[in-house]
Design a protein. Structure first.
Length: 644
């Protein structure tokens, strides 16, 4: 379990310190030191249990030089002298603003509660830090199955003009920026965007810890400090937020978010990252498309189930996403498409194939042979993007939007309505898009030269029937259209799956849920009865869990003194919360030796032993909530306590 501070030091590849580190401390007790984060040079400021990071350009500060003298004066100005320069520099943090394009610990965090470490950016794209792949699975292995992912959205206005927002690698610029367009108490401009240039990362155990401490009175009396990401949660009435942005549980039902009243973020999963971004701050320098005027509330979440059966282990290698897209413009749009674009580098990026399964609403990348050289090795995995719940379709549109064979059923939703791939190249009909019309074509299974995708071969034979789904056959099968059937050379692929079309009027909201699902039969060679069978089973399990809200999380968050069936009912503990010692009360006639085990809220054992006196030393435990299991062969009591 990591605290907020631990995120600063968790990934040694993300934070680089110079060989000689100079520390300084100001009059308020804040500690300053220099270092690199995500390849950006800057200054760390540590204030108690929180830290901040300020990027400083080389030209202004010279911090790339080793051996820099570094000091903070009584006005909190930072002064430095670089070892190989004859200049003195000063830096005033109070006038600092974080550059929107920069990656730092606030604008980039990892969803990492289970066996995936998935990077999420504040500016709309995800799974990379703007330089490196950040979708590591298994977590801690150094192996990445995805390089980057992004959102494409296009629609036609009342006059038939195309409006389009799409992100890829930011080579030419951006189409999305952090922050909301509306429902904030300041004008929508670069200043308000900078205020939202961050993501919020919340663990469910932290919420349960907060709820317990609030009921114990520790929030209001100040003995429990509300975590920063909960206190800054961008919900109605908190800071500059005037409307309904981030979801929250309104404990006192007054309509406004305030943790001091017992309110807390409403999240999905065992961990969630939340962000808000828009397409309207500036002109679209990536796609050159007209602005849509949309605001996206995006959640990324995952579940953790330690020790689950192999058949259910897919839950630990899946990340979930929800996009709520709001039309803040005055335009009524027709033919809205929402595209999920992905550059999947499945380990070794040069030997990938792609395909799709229309019945399971998934696009996937798999290895072109049975050996992913230098990364996943023999019997390599499959990485999927699966639509779990599409956009609400237009009633009576005469379209089978969910591809189930029935037209216009009540509450029909879209699904994966198109699947397209292209090559990382330029100058051809199946290469990188260049301009809004190219992005729009790909979202509708149309090549860059205007020809519709056709079934079979390379998808470009005008004598073959048109289709919306590239390589829709089952890999390793003797029949069907796959990359193996035209004998493609495996290489670096990009693919796009899009959902639509629907109308999207001014003020409308469209939501879409999807998941990244990683399956791997590492013991058997890829084939229909091994990797494909395991992949299909995993996809079906995830869909069923989502549809029935029955995710197999193994973390028990609801344990407390009143809810546990006590076997002894003779033991109590005090004080609670406790600082260094926990004292045990028991029946005066019971002189037997007691055994005890202390668990954290993730179920991990943190301390165990025999109780020869009436006290347990908890001085070394971190400040949070724990479960004490205490008893003997006659039975055990389970008691919850808080270390403060």
């Amino acid at each position: 379990m990591k605290s907020f501070q631990d995120d600063l030091f968790y990934h040694e590849t993300d934070i680089i310190y110079p060989r000689q580190v100079n520390f300084s401390k100001d009059g308020n007790g804040k500690v300053y030191f220099r270092g690199n984060m995500y390849l950006n040079q800057g200054i760390f400021v540590v204030d108690g249990g929180a830290f901040d990071y300020f990027i400083v350009p080389n030209i202004n500060f010279g911090i790339q030089s080793q051996g820099m003298i570094f000091e903070v004066d009584n006005l909190n100005l930072i002064w430095s002298i670089a070892k190989y320069r004859f200049y003195m520099y000063s830096f005033d943090i109070t006038n600092y603003t974080i550059p929107l394009e920069a990656i730092n610990y606030k604008s980039f965090r990892e969803l990492d509660v289970n066996d995936v470490a998935a990077g999420i950016n504040a500016g709309g794209d995800m799974h990379w830090d703007l330089s490196n792949a950040k979708y590591e699975v298994p977590k801690g292995s150094g192996k990445n199955s995805v390089f980057t992912s992004a959102l494409w959205i296009g629609a036609l206005d009342q006059a038939g003009q195309l409006h389009l927002s799409a992100q890829t690698y930011r080579q030419t610029g951006d189409d999305f920026w952090p922050g909301p367009i509306d429902e904030i108490a300041v004008p929508f401009d670069s200043a308000s965007t900078i205020a939202f240039n961050r993501v919020w990362k919340i663990d469910k155990w932290k919420i349960e810890e907060f709820k317990t401490n609030f009921l114990l009175g520790n929030v209001t009396n100040g003995t429990y400090g509300v975590p920063e990401e909960m206190s800054s949660w961008p919900a109605k009435g908190n800071g500059i937020v005037s409307g309904n942005l981030a979801p929250f549980v309104d404990f006192n039902a007054n309509g406004f978010y305030n943790p001091m009243d017992g309110d807390y973020p409403e999240i999905k999963g065992d961990q969630m990252i939340y962000r808000i971004f828009n397409d309207s701050l500036a002109d679209h320098s990536n796609s050159s498309g007209l602005k849509l005027g949309i605001e996206i509330h995006a959640s990324a979440y995952s579940f953790y189930c330690q020790g689950t059966a192999d058949t259910n282990n897919v839950i630990n290698r899946t990340t979930f996403y929800n996009y709520t897209i709001i039309n803040r413009s005055q335009n009524n749009y027709d033919s809205l498409f929402v595209g999920l674009w992905c550059d999947m580098d499945l380990g070794n990026a040069s030997d990938d194939y792609v395909g799709c399964d229309t019945t399971l609403a998934t696009g996937f990348t798999y290895n072109g042979d049975n050996d992913d050289e230098m990364v996943y090795g023999l019997n390599p995995p499959i990485q999927n993007v699966k639509i779990l719940k599409g956009i609400l379709a237009d009633p009576g549109d005469g379209i089978d939007n969910d591809l189930d064979g029935t037209i216009d059923e009540p509450s029909e939703r879209t699904t994966m309505n198109h699947f397209m791939y292209y090559n990382n190249a330029a100058g051809g009909a199946s290469t990188n898009p260049n301009g809004a019309n190219d992005y729009w074509n790909y979202m509708q299974s149309i090549w860059l030269d205007g020809q519709h995708l056709t079934y079979g071969g390379d998808g470009r034979d005008p004598l073959n029937p048109p289709t919306n789904f590239f390589y829709s056959g089952t890999p390793y099968a003797a029949t069907g259209w796959t990359e193996a059937s035209p004998a493609n050379i495996p290489e670096d692929r990009r693919f796009l799956m899009s959902s639509g079309p629907v109308t999207f009027n001014a003020g409308d909201t469209a939501t879409i849920d999807f998941a990244y699902i990683f399956t791997w039969d590492s013991l058997n060679a890829n084939g229909l009865t091994t990797s494909i069978a395991k992949n299909i089973q995993g996809l079906q399990l995830v869909q069923n869990w989502f549809d029935n809200n029955s995710f197999p999380s193994c973390i028990n968050y609801t344990v407390n003194v009143l809810e546990i069936n006590s076997n002894l009912n003779t033991i109590s503990i005090f004080p609670n919360p406790a600082a260094n010692r926990l004292f045990v009360n028991r029946n005066a006639d019971d002189l037997s030796t007691l055994n005890f085990v202390i668990y954290d809220l993730l179920g991990a054992e943190v301390k165990a032993g025999k109780l020869f006196s009436d006290e347990i030393n908890i001085e070394e435990l971190a400040k949070q909530m724990y479960i004490l299991k205490i008893g003997n062969e006659k039975g055990y009591d389970y008691l919850r306590f808080v270390k403060m």
